[in-house]
Every structure is written in structure tokens, then in C-alpha cells.
Design a protein around this ligand. Sequence first.
Ligand SMILES: [Zn+2]
Length: 421
Amino acid sequence: MKTQLIILSLVLQIALHLNSNAQVGGFVSMDESMQQLLSFYNTDTIIVVIPNGYEVKQNDKNSIESFAFWRENLVYIYKHESALHAEDMAKHLQLFGPAFLFETDIIAGSPIKVEKNGFSYQGRKLKKPNDSFYYMNNEATRIYTCRNGDDFPLVYNEYLAGGVYQLYVFNGSSITLSGFDKGAGSTPNINDMEKLRAEYFCQTISSQFFDLHFACSYSAINSDSLARELDKFVTDFCHFLEVDTSGIPKVTTFIYSNREDLQLFIAANSNQTVYGKSFGNTNHNMHFDLGIFKHEAGHSIIGSKVGRNPNPFFDEGFRQYTDYFFSSEAYENDLKIFKKNADLLTPELVLSTNNIFFSKMLNYSISGVFVKYLIDRIGLEEFKSAYAQNNINETMQDNGFSLEYIVDEFKRLYGSSNRIK
Ligand SMILES: [Zn+2]
């Protein structure tokens, strides 16, 4: 996930007035909304308003508060709607929680309407537990981030990191609607993503583990042999990972004609370069390339069978490590890259939660070989459990070494091309 790097680059682009969003192929362009998003966070305190009786889970708090990483000392105060004072209304408010639980008409500032157990937009009812929406008012003083059910990751922050619309409706980790609705008699400008997808994708191939949607530009693909190959990849992947294949939700993968189309569909700003992207169990590939496909599918399988880790070094490093199951050359190659760039491996890189990791492609290789070393040291089972619980650092300490120590040790053993082959 290149979330933070992307926002940083957008912040810089705006600062430099390099905005090059063009409207392409029936999509509503993203225009000036990034500026609005920045101004929403350009305050000292954000009050997160939640329905009376509702409590915010710790992992949701972490997601909410980690979004504006470029703002230091931004304070978040959580308040039930009945605890709001008149002076709070002048502050920047983030509404959070199921919209239908609010007792006051606080949602009325958005074009979303509350329904029993859900919400609706322009008459379209969205009542599944994994339906959610994001909306920012025209003044950039309020954002509405409401999800019907609790047990789903917050997707708005991942999408917003790539580009910004005023309104999003999500189902799970997919965009259902995106665009602008400035209210007050203006005409909404909305991408109906289901309709756009229906027009853009012509062939669907379903296998045991995947649903692949191919852009209409692809001519008929031999679905049987492809399905067999991809399912075998999952079976082998799970075998190496020492997990079974039960309970893996089908991974939906969209295969585009080119990168530009991919970026339109995932609402990534046109100034970025995105080859593939994994949002939970929905993946996007810029074209049909098995390498990109397997990379993104690997993230999905690890997420389903082991767990998710928010640290980019471990997230990408563990995914990269799985390449070595399939190819010893992949490992040799990454090790070679590491030897030439051993200085880049530092405890700060391992722990980086900001843009450091994604600033260099080399870090994928470095994280892969380091994760392999760590796994060889502590065992796959212990690593997997620490990865899922996000306590890899503590696990190292339980094994009698610190992160600093093992980084040093690894660099001593493998960091120079003259020592161990
Ligand atoms: Zn990745």
C-alpha cells in the first residue's frame, strides 16, 4: 500500500500547482477536491461524532487517526451526538458510525438519506452490512464516514489516499458510486461504477479461488487452462505457507487494458503510477501479467489465511518472501540487490510507517530477504502469529534479540558480496 507516499506526492503537486487531471472516457474528474481534503485536516482538533450508545473500536480509531499523517499534533476528540456543545459545531467534525443509529438529523448536511438499517443515495438503497459512504461538505468542515456494520476495514482512507472525490459509496472494498454532489439545487456528477464496469469488462473467468473480469479489449481467453494454473498457484502458495485452503474468499480481479484505465476505475490520481492494487479480496491489474496477478493475489491470500499487518516493510516483505517458495532465483536476485544496498536496511526502514518504504523499489527486495532471515531464525509459525498480531518487534525480544541486533547481524552475514555467497 503506497498510501502515504501518494498523499505526500499529492500534497506536493498542489503546492506546486501541478494539477493535470483531465476528464477521460466518461469519468467525472477529481478536480480541486484534494485541496479541500487538506483544508479539512488543516485544523488543531477534529471532533469525531458518534451515535449515542455507540463505541468506536480501537482499530477503527487507529485508521481514523493515522490518515492525516502529515499533520503533527492533530487532536481527535470522540463525542456522542448528545454530548456536542454549540461551540463544537464550529470545529471540524467527522461523523462516524452507522448512519441509521444517529438520533438527530446530523446526516442531513450530506446528500445521503438514512434508511432503516442502512442509507440511500438518490433513491438507491444500500443496506448491506459492508455498505459505507464518505462525503465531504462544500465548506470542507465536515466529513461523513459511515458504515452500516462494524466488522469491515475502513476503505475510504485507502481510496482517498489515491485521489479525492467529494462523495463515495462503497460496497466492501469496491467503489459503487463516486463523484460530486454539491447539494442546493446543483446537478450531481456521479460515476455509477457498476454500470461503468458492465460496459468495460466483457469476459469473466471463474475458478475455485478467483473471479477474473477481463476488459473487452481482450479476445477470448482459454479459461480452462488459466483457471487451472491460477488455482494451482493458490494451492501451492497455501502449502508453502503451511495453511489449508479452506475459507479463502474468492478473490475478484479486474484486468484492465492499460494503466490509465486501471487508475480511472480505482480513482487514483492521474499523476501517480499504479500497476496493480489490492483492496482486501478485490484486486486490480493494469493488464494481464501473471507477475502482477500473483503479487496482488498473494496479498489477498496472506490477508485471508494469516492476517493483515499495517507495517509496509512486513506487509510487502512477507509477500515478497513467498516468491522464494516458487523460485530460488527470485531469492538469489533479491539477495544480490540487498548486498549492493545493505546500507538502506536500518531499524528505521523496518519500522517506517511513512513514505520511506515506498520511496524505493529496492525496498521490496530488501524487505523480502530480511523477512526470510527472520523466519529462518524464529520459524514460520511464530512469524505468522506475530505478523497477524502486529507484534513482530515484541516477538524478536521474546527470542532474545532486538531489532537493532538482528538488522546488524543480517548485514554482517549477508551485507557484503565478499563474505557469504
Ligand atoms: Zn504489494
